[in-house]
Ligand binder design. Structure first.
Ligand SMILES: Nc1ncnc2c1ncn2[C@@H]1O[C@H](COP(=O)(O)OP(=O)(O)O)[C@@H](O)[C@H]1O
Ligand SMILES: [Mg+2]
Length: 268
């Protein structure tokens, strides 16, 4: 897998805004032409380059793909023509003076985020999500990759009935985000499972999480090259090699079979 980096000519057409827009005002849908010429309907967001967000989105997507954690089928980095986007939305100040800027881009998942629902239905939706084996694999992946912000707005329920992880922006929270001066209040699916599921359902959750964690070591071996390629693509060449080494070593250690039970707990 090589992450495609597409020029601004690949950003074809603005296609509106998501129903639940998070904090990032640049989030939008657009038609994007992949390197093979195929047109994809995509969700895009431009990410402040003073944060590790773009790198984390790309790493999260690639590692999730390698570990068979449900996530968008197609993803890339695409340069967005800033003047075109400006016609539709007020842009943040860090884009001032730029004619184009890289966006994280994923194929649209048909469905809604689990949080995107009227209040009275939310508790039912959340419970269904927490009972899904897809969610248990996402929960294990988030602990492995130290993703700090997996609330229900960052899980989509696809129209085919499965659950899909979106928004890997806060990956490597302790390694990259905290040293950069931004600390998130950690939100994890495993904690939601503990809080909102009964004892027996949570036992299943935890046991499935352990099974998923058992696949991380093999997945890590298969994605190491992708991780190195992504870091080399996104990060300044002076810092890329030591950073890639540090990330591979960090994720590698947390993918070892003994790491998960020692750090998250053993199944009853
Ligand atoms: N691949 C996608 N397909 C469809 N909708 C998406 C996709 N990615 C994000 N969204 C929608 O956009 C919202 C914001 O996206 P997200 O990546 O979570 O941005 P933020 O960083 O602002 O939280 C999500 O809650 C979801 O409703
Ligand atoms: Mg989000």
């Amino acid at each position: 897998m090589t992450l495609q980096v597409l020029p601004s000519s690949a950003w074809r057409e603005f296609r509106g805004f998501p129903g639940l827009r998070g904090l990032n005002q640049t989030s939008h849908f657009a038609l994007v032409e992949g390197s093979g010429g195929k047109l994809h309907k995509c969700f895009l967001k431009l990410i402040d380059p003073s944060t590790p967000g773009l790198l984390c989105e790309a790493l999260g997507w690639a590692v999730a793909q390698g570990a068979s954690v449900p996530t968008a089928e197609f993803a890339c980095i695409v340069f967005v023509p800033v003047d075109e986007l400006k016609k539709h939305v007020a842009l943040p100040s860090w884009l001032t003076g730029l004619s184009e800027a890289p966006a994280w881009c994923t194929e649209v998942i048909t469905g809604d985020s689990v949080a995107q629902v009227h209040k009275w239905l939310y508790a039912i939706r959340r419970k269904r999500c927490l009972n899904s084996i897809d969610t248990h694999a996402i929960a294990a992946f988030d602990v492995w990759s130290d993703n700090a912000d997996r609330h229900m707005g960052n899980v989509m329920r696809s129209s085919s009935g499965g659950y899909v992880a979106i928004d890997h922006e806060t990956l490597l929270h302790e390694m990259l985000w905290i040293p950069s001066g931004r600390r998130y209040t950690v939100q994890r699916l495993v904690d939601a499972g503990k809080t909102f599921l009964g004892k027996s359902a949570f036992k299943t959750f935890f046991s499935n999480m352990h099974d998923a964690a058992g696949t991380h070591n093999g997945a890590m071996k298969s994605v190491e090259k992708d991780i190195r390629d992504i870091v080399a693509t996104v990060v300044d060449p002076v810092h890329a090699l030591p950073l890639a080494n540090a990330i591979v070593s960090y994720l590698g250690a947390r993918s070892a079979p003994s790491w998960f039970p020692a750090n998250v707990g053993v199944t009853a």
